[in-house]
Structures are given as structure tokens and as C-alpha cells.
Ligand binder design. Structure first.
Ligand code: SF4
Ligand code: SF4
Length: 429
């Protein structure tokens, strides 16, 4: 390992990352125990410090971009737990996104890896394609044959399908959608996402209802495309920029004062459009403006004053989605909302901000590591003996629910927006 570097010692020979950013790391190792992949393998090269070392060596031409290096870089969840732990202010999220774009253009992967990544990239950012792909499964589920299908599937597909929530009534119909309206606190556009609008649109609609009740107006986006987070994580920055440009235009045209997403990775991606499009001559300034309008549901609800709620007797625990906690620094607001409901008892789980293994499409590309992290998360949840686990990201919701289903656990997994809506109007007996 290199001695601590305070300033560039060599000129980079490859344009892997913004080279100067690498020198924020002083190799102290304080991030290691916060890194889920290091906790799994205990290998330096699977730690934030080890990956930064590899990025620097790649940039300086001291390391070949062979399959080992690509494997260590791909193994990173992009959870940014290391950023929270780092006393030196290392911008690890930016470093890994830039490195992955370079890897994408300069390295090769095995055929099965390429195929998996192609399927994810061709399907998930496009809601119409995803709906079409899921249509047969929806029919099979309606006929009660999903368990039989899963047993007959090859393992890779079985693992993917296992992660899906129940498809009947998963909220893809928008019959109860809040219409656009004015509000005394300014207007909010809810970005319905790509995968989220197909598999977890109920959370979007509940977020709109909660915001409406809190006094916010609802603005509508003329066109919603993927926020680009999936592409940023996989190294496809070109397409991420295309998505970002479309969203910047749509958000500006909506006239919304604020924009939120019920998926934490999407909120973080939109909050970073200003950086992503900083060199765009047409939309650079607009992107910065849009990023400044990005908020988070719980923050807006807390700022509007806590709503009066009837009693809702239950015990629950809260899981911190990575990008919400480590990307946007939102930890207290969801807890404040939950604690404000009379009858709710919030029990903290161990390491609530340790990644559950979902991490965008990580649970599809790295099923074994993702499953190991899901097991840890499920252990922590079950140890609280809570009736509900509440979280604010659909990906975590699917990942944790799948693991709890495998264990026949009775713990109910709910998005924060859905839980708040349920507590505000519980079902009548
Ligand atoms: S982003 Fe997460 S998995 Fe990647 S190095 Fe940082 S803590 Fe580890
Ligand atoms: S905590 Fe920060 S400075 Fe220390 S090794 Fe990790 S990334 Fe580098």
C-alpha cells in the first residue's frame, strides 16, 4: 500500500477519474468497518481504501485493468457508507461512478456478465418494456401458479423472480392519483421513476396524497423517464446524461417548486444533475436549478408541521436506505414522523444504515453477496421483534421482503409513504 498521499506525485496517464479527488484519501482505514463488501470478504481490495488504491494505480498506469480489478470494482455496492464514515471527506460516490464509466469503455467482461448487464439496462429503465415482460408472470400469478413456475425455472431466473413483490395489486393502475392542484406551501412534482412506477406506484400515489394533506400543491411532469441512477451505477454515463436532460426539461416545464422521488437512489441522482450536466452548454444551469429543488418526502412533511394522527398501535423498526442516509443525509426526519404517530413504538435495529444488498441492480448481478447482506439485515430486523419494518426505497423493500418471505417471517415490510398513509386511515374492522 502507498504511503499517505497529500498531493499528486505522478501525472495520470489514463483519464479514469478526476485525479485530484483521489488525494482526499489519507488511507486511515476508518471506512473499512462501514463497508459491506469488506465485511463480507475482509479483503483490502474489496474495501473503499483498496478500491481507491486501484483507481489511482489504474490512472497512473501502474495496474492493468484485468478481470480481477474489474471484479473488485464491480463488487462495490455504491452504497456510499464509506462517505459517511470518512473523516477526510472523500467523494467516493463520484470516484466509483467515474471509474465505472472508464471500465465500461476500456475493459471486457465475461459473456454471462455482459448478458446480465444488458438485460438490466434494456429492461429496467423502460416502464413499458418492463410491464410487457412481466405481463405473463402477472397472469401466472393470478392463476396461482407462481410457486410452480419458480420451481421449474433455471436458478438465475428463479433468483430474479424471487425478488419481485406480488404482482397482483402492486399499484400500477393510477385510478386514485391526485390531480394537479395548487397548495399554500408551494408545488411538488413526484417523479414516479421507472421500476418504481411499475412495481411500487402505490408509494408514489400515497406520497402525493400525504403532500396534498400537508398543504403542498401537486405538479405533474409531462414526461417521466428513468432518473439515470441505474446507468450511473453501471458506468453508462452517456445514457444517464440523456435521461437527466429529459428530466431537467420536464421538471422545469412542470413549474414545480420541489421535486421528490420515493426511491432514494433516484432522489440522489436528481440532486446530482447539476454535477452530471455541468459541461452541458444548453442545460448546465437548468440542471443546477433542478438539483436545488430536489427534496425528500419526510423532509417536506416534517417542515410542514407534523400531522395530527389517530392512534395506530404497533411496533416498528426503520431501515436506512443507503442513498437516503449516506447520499442525502436524511436519517432523523423519517424517524420523527414515525415517532409522532400515537401508539407507534420505534425500535432501532442493529446497523440500520448497513446496505441490505439491493443497491440498484446489485442483487441481480451479484446475487450471492446481496443475499448474504439480506440475511444480515433480516437477522437485525427479526431481533427487534417489531411488527413492521419501514423504509423509504422500493429496492430495499423488495430485497428485504424477499428475505423475510424465505424465512416465513410475519414482519410486514412497508414503504414510509404507504405506512404513513395506512396509519392516517387504518382499515376499518
Ligand atoms: S460504496 Fe459501499 S460497498 Fe462500495 S466501497 Fe463504499 S462502503 Fe464499500
Ligand atoms: S476513511 Fe476516508 S481517508 Fe480513510 S481510508 Fe477510508 S476513504 Fe480513505
Amino acid at each position: 500500500m502507498d504511503a499517505p498521499d497529500q498531493m499528486p506525485q505522478r501525472a495520470p496517464v489514463r483519464d479514469v477519474v478526476e485525479y485530484e479527488l483521489l488525494f482526499d484519501c489519507v488511507h486511515c482505514g476508518l471506512c473499512l468497518e462501514a463497508c459491506p463488501t469488506y465485511l463480507l470478504t475482509r479483503a483490502e481490495m474489496d474495501s473503499p481504501r483498496g478500491r481507491i488504491y486501484q483507481m489511482k494505480a489504474l490512472a497512473e498506469g501502474r495496474l492493468d485493468a484485468d478481470t480481477d480489478v474489474v471484479r473488485h470494482l464491480d463488487f462495490c455496492l455504491g452504497c456510499r457508507g464509506c462517505e459517511t464514515a470518512c473523516p477526510s471527506g472523500v467523494h467516493y460516490g463520484a470516484l466509483i461512478e467515474q471509474t465505472r464509466a472508464w471500465v465500461e469503455d476500456n475493459c471486457s467482461r465475461s459473456m454471462p456478465e455482459r448478458l446480465k448487464r444488458w438485460v438490466v439496462g434494456a429492461l429496467f429503465p423502460y416502464p413499458a418494456r418492463l410491464r410487457l415482460a412481466l405481463a405473463p408472470l402477472r397472469m401466472i400469478e393470478r392463476a396461482g401458479l407462481r410457486p410452480m413456475l419458480e420451481r421449474a425455472m433455471p436458478q438465475v431466473l428463479r433468483e430474479w423472480i424471487d425478488l419481485l413483490p406480488p404482482l397482483n395489486g402492486s399499484g400500477e393502475l393510477r385510478t386514485e392519483q391526485e390531480s394537479a392542484h395548487e397548495g399554500r406551501r408551494g408545488s411538488v412534482a413526484v417523479h414516479h421513476g421507472c421500476v418504481a412506477q411499475v412495481l411500487a406506484d402505490r408509494a408514489n400515489r400515497n406520497a402525493e396524497k400525504l403532500l396534498g394533506r400537508a398543504g403542498y400543491g401537486i405538479a405533474r411532469l409531462g414526461r417521466t423517464v428513468c432518473c439515470g441512477a441505474l446507468d450511473l451505477h453501471s458506468g453508462n454515463r452517456r445514457r444517464a446524461r440523456q435521461f437527466a436532460r429529459a428530466n431537467v426539461r420536464a421538471i422545469r416545464q412542470s413549474g414545480a417548486d420541489f421535486v421528490i422521488s420515493t426511491a432514494s437512489g433516484c432522489s440522489t441522482a436528481m440532486a446530482e444533475y447539476g454535477e452530471l450536466l455541468k459541461d452541458d452548454p444548453e442545460l448546465g444551469a437548468a440542471a443546477r436549478e433542478v438539483s436545488a429543488r430536489v427534496r425528500e418526502l419526510s423532509r417536506l412533511l416534517v417542515e410542514s408541521g407534523l400531522p395530527a394522527n389517530d392512534r395506530f398501535e404497533c411496533t416498528l423498526t426503520y431501515h436506512d436506505a443507503c442513498h437516503l442516509a449516506h447520499g442525502l443525509g436524511i436519517r432523523e426526519q423519517p424517524r420523527t414522523l414515525l415517532r409522532s404517530i400515537p401508539g407507534v413504538k420505534l425500535i432501532e435495529m442493529d446497523s440500520s444504515d448497513l446496505c441490505c444488498g439491493s443497491a440498484g441492480s446489485y442483487n441481480l448481478t451479484h446475487p450471492e453477496a446481496a443475499r448474504a447482506l439480506a440475511r444480515r439485515k433480516a437477522d437485525a430486523i427479526i431481533a427487534t421483534r417489531a411488527e413492521y419494518v419501514v423504509l423509504a426505497n422500493p429496492g430495499c423493500q423488495f430485497q428485504i421482503a424477499a428475505e423475510l418471505r424465505r424465512r416465513n417471517s410475519s414482519v410486514k415490510v412497508m414503504h414510509l409513504a404507504d405506512f404513513l398513509a395506512l396509519a392516517a386511515s387504518p382499515p376499518q374492522d
